[in-house]
Structure formats: structure tokens, C-alpha cells
Ligand binder design. Sequence first.
Ligand code: GTP
Ligand code: MG
Length: 590
Amino acid sequence: MNIVVIGHVDHGKSTVIGRLLADTHSLPEGKLESVKAQCVRHARPFEYAFLLDALKDEQAQGITIDSARCFFRSNKREYIIIDAPGHIEFLKNMISGAARAEAGLLIIDAKEGIQENSRRHGYMVSMLGIRQLAVCINKMDLVDYDQEVYERIKTEYGQFLSQIHIAPAAFIPISARGGDLITGPSERMGWYGGSSVLEILDRFEKEPMRIDKALRFPVQDIYKFTANNDDRRIVSGRIETGSVAVGDEVIFLPSRKRSRIASIEGFNVPPPQSAHAGQSIGITLETQIYIKPGEIMCKVDQEPATITTQLKANLFWLSSQPMVMNKQYKMKIANASVSVWLTEIFNVLDASELKTSQNRTQIERHDVAEVTLESLRPIACDEASIIAQTGRFVIIDNYEIAGGGVVLSAASTSNSLAQDHVHKREQAWTRSALTPSTRANRYNQRSVVVMITGEAGMRKQQLGKALEEYLFHCGRVVYYLGMSNTLAGIDSDMKDTLQRDEFLRRLGEIAHLFTDAGVIFITTVTDLDDYELELIETLNQPNELLVIHVGESRYVQRQPDLRIDYVDLESLGRVHDLLQSKRYIVDYQI
Ligand code: GTP
Ligand code: MG
């Protein structure tokens, strides 16, 4: 059971955790004594929170354990406790953590009362879909174990929670330092008839394994095995929801590529026939399709994830720099990274006060906002209320987590961002007196982008260069842009698609300039997918694009205008025939 402990700074989160570890005898042998002895040596008072630091030092040596987590067990079961010292840690854990919280323990200092973060964290818990929450009113010793203080905070915070539709499992008066009501009853608070923290934790329900939902398998990585003539590709990741079995027909999103599960790989065990939510697995496919890390594998006969370039989202902003329009941010959702822009703010909510305001043009730190986010590249995701695992995201700005949120709905599948851009560009363009047809008449050709794509190492560049030379000597106005494959180290295995997106965006603009000038523009890019082609095609509008694909074709939507298996002596002639048949060039015969 994964529990996250949240609350305002210094309200006693770490002390509660330290107590739980100590009082359930979950600490390593002698740990408590040695930390206590150390405090005596340094002449400082012992704190239960020190136990966590001591464990962290120890855990830092083993590489697999994340330093913000610790473990204990009750008579009933094992717990993973996540200490979330701040918003960012909390969000990080909820969105990308291997162990996501299933329930929350919110700590409020009885003496200080409800503070900003008590509310914000409560709100975040609700937004991120944690439905089980217990509220500990801590440091009761500082208010003389006074029932009235407890009742007052309980009423006030209970009202707040009901506004955000959370019914807490319990309010518990505790003294973490004194150990009251952590694992058992408290003599000092005989007036409280309820259960201790541990008892409440034991009563939380384990989140169902999500096996009954549709399959969501975000691709983490693709390994190629080349030893011993083994040319399998193993697609690895963690099943977030649903289950998968050998023989299942699957579809990868957003690329929409399909295949069938050939095998599920096990580590030092016989290959299983099926696997389910919560398991990290590798699979092989019956056909070699080209997919990228970050895609989500779904089953063909189930409700698929949504593909969109426009998300309506609820967003929590944490960075001191406000979130603004017209700025490129990076969104991480499931295993994918995409560039996004904030294009609309519907309303902004102050999460500590629960007051909304409209007509805002930017999102300030600690605001919760309902927004539209748009991307150039399609995103595969789900509404968080249906499948939380593929419906939560974080926003990165300057390499740091700047915010996070949940998908409310996926609005559109058309590439409106690129189309809007083209529309604005065309409006702003000062038209030359020379029309495209004037140029076409002079040059005796219609301008076009000849995009040569396909796997790496297929002699695409040789073809591009040969085509340029040939057309040039035939008197055509032609230009070959020969930088595509090497610029910025871009290749098909690049996991971070951001640089590639930006490169393709620029390439689309460059292509548009050349075609506008009446030129036949030839270029090569390795492994373009449907959406990348669509992007370049859109940016090049109203001018045209021809796609020459070398090798096995992988497109689902936009089929290439010409597919050739290998570049050989005949390839050039075939491209030339294509240009002629589409009437980009016309050879006059007199
Ligand atoms: P951050 O991690 O800094 O946000 O703080 P935290 O919420 O983890 O608080 P922590 O557990 O470090 O406790 C903060 C201070 O409150 C420490 O000095 C604790 O000893 C004290 N404290 C915690 N619980 C109690 C309590 O029940 N009674 C009293 N009197 N002090 C407590
Ligand atoms: Mg702490």
C-alpha cells in the first residue's frame, strides 16, 4: 500500500513517519538507539525525523531505492510511505513515480492551525484522484490535548474538503512526538473515541489492480538484439492498466501502427503467456513495425487512448516564473515528451482560498487553472478521470518541473497549431507581384518539395544529390538541402523528440521559402512518421510535397508518392518519371 504524507512545512510529516517506523518495529536493528546516541553525542535533542535522514543515507548506497520512500509493516500488510516535503516532490511522485500513492495522510499542526499548504495539498490530492485521505491534527500536546481545538480544525477543514468533494476517512488528534494515537490509544485524549493512525491506514482499501480497464502500455524503450542472428526488437515498459496476452492484436498510439504480440519476455523465467497491470515487461511483435519510445500500446478490440494536439487540462503551477502564452514548454505524459504551448486560460483558482478569477492572461505560482494546451506533435493520452495513469502530466520549464496536472478532455485531432501558424503567416506575407504561375512559366516547372525519407543508411542522400545534379543539367531550378540527417545529431533513436520537432518545424519553413521562390526543393530526413510528414506538409502550404520512401514503408495515413526498395541506378529515373507524371516538370517534345 502506497501512502503519501503531506502537509504544511514543519507540521510534523517526518515525525509521523519516524514514529510509524519506530512503533511498528520496522527500523533496522539498533537504528533507533544509534540515532539517539548520536544526538546525545552532539548534544542536540532527538527528533524522530532524524530517523528518515539516517535511513536515506543508508539507502543512498543501494541504487534502486528512491530516497524519499521508506517501508514499514503492520500486522495486516506492508506499506511504502512517501515523504513529500513539497509540491514538486508530491507531483513528481504522482506522475512519474514507480509507486504512486493510493492514499494520503494530511498533517495539520494543532497550534498553527490550517495553513495555505494544508489546503493546497488537499486540493492536489483531489485533483490527482486520490480518494482516500485521513487528516491528522498533530502536536496536540502543544494545545493541552484540548478537544475544542481538534473540533474547530476538524469542522473548518472538513468544510474545505467537502467543497472539493473529498470525504475524509477520519480526523485523528495525535501527538507524533509523544506517540499518541499513532499506533494505539492515548490516555491523554480519552475524549477521542476513534482509531489510531495505523488502524486507519490498515482500513484503507488497496487500489484495484486496474486489470479490468483497457490496456495501456506506455513504451519505455526498444532494445534490438543483434547477437546470434537474433533480430528481435524487445519493446519494454510497464503495464499501467489492463492486461495483454500472446496473440493479442495491438495498436501503438499516436503512430497508429498495428501488430500482434509474438511473445512476452521474462527475466530468467519461462516466457509467460500473459501479463497485467503493474508488471514491467518486454514484448516482441509478429511484424517489424517501427515505433518510438513514448508511444502507448493499446489493444485493437478495446477503447484506445485518445490522440490529440489539443488538451483541456487542469493545471497546477509551481514555478516562480508565471506560465505564459506563446512560450514553448515541455510536457511529460506517460513516457512521452512533447512541446506544448498554453493557448487558452478559462479560469484560475486560488487553491488555498478556492476563489476563481477569469480573464487572466498568465498563470502565477500556486494557481490552479483550467487551460488549453496545444502541441505540434500528437499526444496519446486519456482523460484522467477514466485512466489516471495516462492522464496525468508534468510541465517542464528550464529543465525543472514547473507544474503538473490532469487531462480533462482531449479536444481535437487536427493540427490546429501549425495550421493557425500557416494562416497567420500567409496573412502577414507581403505578396510579391510575381505569382507562382509567373515563376512556373519562366522556370518551366512547378515548385515542389521532394522529401526523401526511410530508414537510416539507405543512401537517401546519394539519391537526393544525384537528383539535384540531374535536374540541374536538364535546366531545372533545383536545390538540395543536405544537412537533415546530421544536424543536431538527429536520428531515429532520439528519445527526446523536442529537438527533432523544432528541426522539422524549421525545415518546413525553409521548404516553404524555396517552393515560394519557384524552386524544386530536395531534402532527406530519416524515419519520418505520419505526423511529421503532416507537419512539414502543413508548413509548406499552399505549396506541394512529394514523398519518396526508401525501404519498407511504415505509414498509416499518408502513403508515399513513390516507394523504392533500394537506391540503385534506376531510382533516379523513377523519381524523374514521378515528377513528370505529376506535371511538376514537363519535357516538351517538338
Ligand atoms: P518539513 O519536512 O520541513 O516540511 O517538516 P515536517 O512536516 O516533516 O515536520 P517535522 O516532522 O520535521 O517536525 C517539525 C518540528 O515539529 C520538529 O521540531 C518536531 O519535533 C516537531 N513536532 C512534530 N510532531 C510534534 C508533536 O506532536 N508535538 C510537538 N510538540 N512537536 C512536534
Ligand atoms: Mg520533513
